[in-house]
Design a protein around this ligand. Structure first.
Ligand SMILES: Cc1cc2nc3c(=O)[nH]c(=O)nc-3n(C[C@H](O)[C@H](O)[C@H](O)COP(=O)(O)O)c2cc1C
Length: 335
């Protein structure tokens, strides 16, 4: 039986986020999360076209990297890790699923049917598949057939307007292990408030069709308490948190204790160092820099430090800023 169905627990998941939830950031989050709270993490979405191409594979494989330290943290805190793939050709999904099964160490494969970005949906992929329900089912079936690990789907509620009942019942025909529903349409991008009553509709459809696919809700959740509230209120099997982690990297802890500026800046430096050590060629420092702001908030002088960080070009620049702060003595980091 798949781990999804084997567990009586509700699932609290960290969302897949491109250029964010790589092995480095997952290691940072896992390292400060309370065991037993967070129980599933997702890798960034990976193109099946890339994965099935001899040269493309080298370019995308960093998205599927699980570092040794991350693996140890996953094992010690019993957190599952899911690879996520996207594309439009069922045959390539099958080949990609086989590659992930044979060459990597993931606990599940998720199919992205939610990304609304123009250059992606132009290729009849991701959320655009809501327009092609038969193709969407073919993709799921092809992936299921090729994979020994469980197959789930992450999707939205519609293209321009919510069509939750129709779309979810279509997906349920092929029994994905889980449907994670981001309760916005393609058109809403992430610009409008999430509409959780759509999650309720999905649960009702699942129940009325008597299916055992799990439903995980996603959209605008910013605390662990809110995860538990949503699970109870909507009778769902779990909650996925995305951008909430930017507001609080320590989100996956039941007790929320005060984090001093020094603690935040220490974690920032750990992230910078790990990023630089892990991604020597694969990723530029500019990608990392955008996310430094998650550690420089809510304390005296934070905005000034943040502004300096946004100009940094490399870890040395960050070290220089941290060593020369007027208000906080961070030199101990470099002794
Ligand atoms: C920077 C960024 C990158 C994202 N990349 C992915 C991705 O690779 N795969 C995916 O399914 N969703 C992706 N998403 C969507 C999130 O997984 C999530 O569904 C969305 O942010 C809504 O949840 P939230 O309101 O908790 O942030 C991304 C979102 C952000 C902000």
């Amino acid at each position: 039986m798949s781990f999804w169905k084997n567990s009586k627990n509700k699932f609290i998941a960290l969302a897949p986020m491109e250029d964010v939830t790589d092995t480095v950031f997952r290691e940072i989050v896992l390292g400060i999360s309370e065991p037993g709270t967070l129980n599933v993490v997702f890798a960034e979405f990976t193109s099946v076209d890339g994965l099935c191409h001899p040269i493309g594979k080298d370019k995308v494989s960093h998205r599927l990297l699980i570092s040794e330290t991350e693996r140890e943290l996953l094992n010690s805190s019993n957190v599952k890790i899911i690879a996520q793939i996207w594309g439009s050709d069922p045959e390539k999904f099958a080949r990609a699923a086989k590659i992930i099964n044979d060459e990597y160490n993931f606990d599940g494969i998720d199919i992205n049917m939610g990304c609304p970005v123009k250059k992606i949906v132009k290729q009849a992929s991701c959320s655009e598949l809501i327009k092609y329900p038969e193709l969407a089912k073919e993709i799921i079936l092809a992936t299921q057939e090729a994979s020994k690990i469980p197959v789930s789907v992450k999707t939205r509620t519609g293209i321009k307007v919510h069509e939750t009942e129709n779309w979810i019942s279509n997906l349920l025909e092929v029994n994905p292990e889980v449907i994670t529903l981001h309760c916005r349409t393609q058109k809403m991008m992430s610009d409008f408030p999430a509409e959780w009553n759509e999650i309720e509709k999905a649960v009702n459809v699942r129940n009325s069709l008597n299916k055992d696919t799990l439903i995980i809700g996603n959209g605008d959740v910013v605390s662990l308490d809110e995860c538990y509230e949503k699970i109870n209120q909507y009778n769902i099997d779990g909650v996925m948190v995305g951008r909430g982690i930017f507001k609080n990297p320590w989100l996956f802890n039941k007790e929320q204790t005060y984090k001093s500026p020094e603690e935040k800046l220490t974690l920032l430096w750990k992230h910078v160092k790990l990023y630089a050590d892990t991604w020597t060629n694969e990723k530029s420092f500019a990608i990392m820099r955008r996310f430094l702001k998650i550690y420089t908030y809510d304390f005296y002088g934070a905005s000034e430090i943040r502004a300096g960080m946004m100009e940094s070009m490399n870890p040395e620049d960050v070290k220089h800023i941290l060593s020369n702060l007027r208000m906080y003595d961070m030199k101990f980091l470099f002794e």
